[in-house]
Design a protein around this ligand. Structure first.
Ligand code: ADP
Ligand code: DAR
Length: 342
């Protein structure tokens, strides 16, 4: 394996931190499941427009490739190597704030967490048989969820194209063919072992074997972050009684992309900010101050439409879940205030 060449304009954290010295230390290393540096960096080498450019093939990838992973984690999350992640899912310390009483700005709210089963490799490194085993185990647990969480699992391989298109259009189902995930080996044997669980109201959903083995999602129209969060906590309490998730004292919940470590939580609102959207500097100044990220209405790598944006927390590691919701609440409050002022 030779040292990869990154184009001048490449700004990925991989290109910044994979120095020739780090490469020499890591190039022949393998993790406990045999995952290599070449596999971990393939996405960022094939796609120099990556923001990060590296994926973990198993939990052991983080200690094995630490000279590369740690500086990327530190820069993305602002997380010091000697720090320890703190989880706070037990109590609802989040103090809700009425953000949009007339419903003029916030169209919908979604909170998701990524989880991976303990003892299995992650998406980039998992085998076909292991991925099917994960799907089977998760499906068994999902299909016995009680009350308002109860619903059905829909394997992607048995889903009609028209249903798939409509679920994606309505923001319920993951998009397919992400080139970064493709290059990382996450999409191998697609669509085998992939699917979506959702309840009758489609306000509780679980993606199975997309970028992570589970993406556990609570979402609803409007801006009631508290109600969305309470449903997610209830679902997690149920799932944690039977499923054991990959967890590390320092890095929190283990995920295939380093940007999702820790809480693995992304809390977002779809919000109409047509005037502020025309003032990019002011828009980004407010989101940066509250550690927020701007995405388009179809999630990552998509564009906004009619002044509607996906606003969500950037940091997931080194912050607790209530702190993430606090960042989002305060940030959205400031964005709505700025929109009203214009
Ligand atoms: P993830 O949040 O799982 O990392 P994406 O950013 O790709 O992934 O978003 C996944 C889907 O969820 C996309 O269709 C996106 O439009 C939708 N989505 C995200 N936030 C919201 C929201 N607040 N309301 C409705 N849909 C949302
Ligand atoms: N596209 C990859 C991943 C960035 C974070 N998004 C995730 N994990 N979905 C990149 O390096 O830009």
């Amino acid at each position: 394996m030779c040292y990869p060449k990154f184009p001048e304009e490449c700004t990925s954290l991989l290109s910044k931190y994979l120095t020739p010295e780090v490469f020499d230390v890591l190039k022949d290393k393998r993790t406990s499941t045999g995952f290599t540096l070449n596999q971990a960096i393939r996405s960022g080498v094939e796609h120099p427009d990556s923001g990060i450019g590296v994926y973990a093939g198993d939990a052991d990838s983080y200690p094995t490739f630490a000279p590369l992973m740690d500086p990327i984690i530190e820069e993305y999350h602002g997380f010091k190597p000697h720090s320890c992640h703190k989880i706070n899912l037990k109590s609802n310390h989040f103090i809700p704030k009425i953000l949009d009483p007339e419903g003029k700005y916030i169209l919908s709210t979604r909170i998701r967490v990524g989880r991976n089963l303990k003892g299995y490799p992650l998406g980039p490194g998992i085998s076909r048989e292991q991925r099917l085993e994960v799907a089977q185990k998760v499906r068994q647990v999902l299909t016995v969820l009680p009350d308002d969480l109860s619903g059905m699992f829909y394997p992607l391989s048995e889903m009609e194209a028209s249903i798939k298109r409509s679920l994606i259009k309505d923001h319920f189902l993951f998009k397919e063919g992400d080139r970064f995930l493709e290059a990382a080996g996450v999409n191998r044997h697609w669509p085998e072992g992939r699917g979506i669980f959702h309840n009758k109201d489609k306000n509780f959903l679980v993606w199975v074997n997309e970028e992570d083995q589970l993406r556990i999602i609570s979402m609803e129209k409007g801006g009631d972050i508290s109600s969305v969060y309470a449903r997610l906590l209830k679902a997690l309490r149920h799932l944690e009684t039977t499923l054991e998730f990959e967890f590390d004292e320092r890095l929190g919940y283990i995920t295939s992309c380093p940007t999702n470590l820790g809480t693995a939580m992304r809390a977002s609102v779809h919000i109409a900010l047509p005037k502020l959207g025309e003032r990019k500097k002011q828009f980004h100044r407010i989101t940066k101050k509250h550690h927020l990220q701007i995405r388009g209405i179809h999630g990552e790598h998509s564009t906004s439409k009619e002044g509607i944006y996906d606003i969500s927390n950037k940091r997931r590691l080194g912050v607790t879940e209530p702190q993430i919701l606090h960042d989002l609440t305060e940030g959205v409050y400031a964005l709505i205030h700025a929109e009203k002022q214009i």
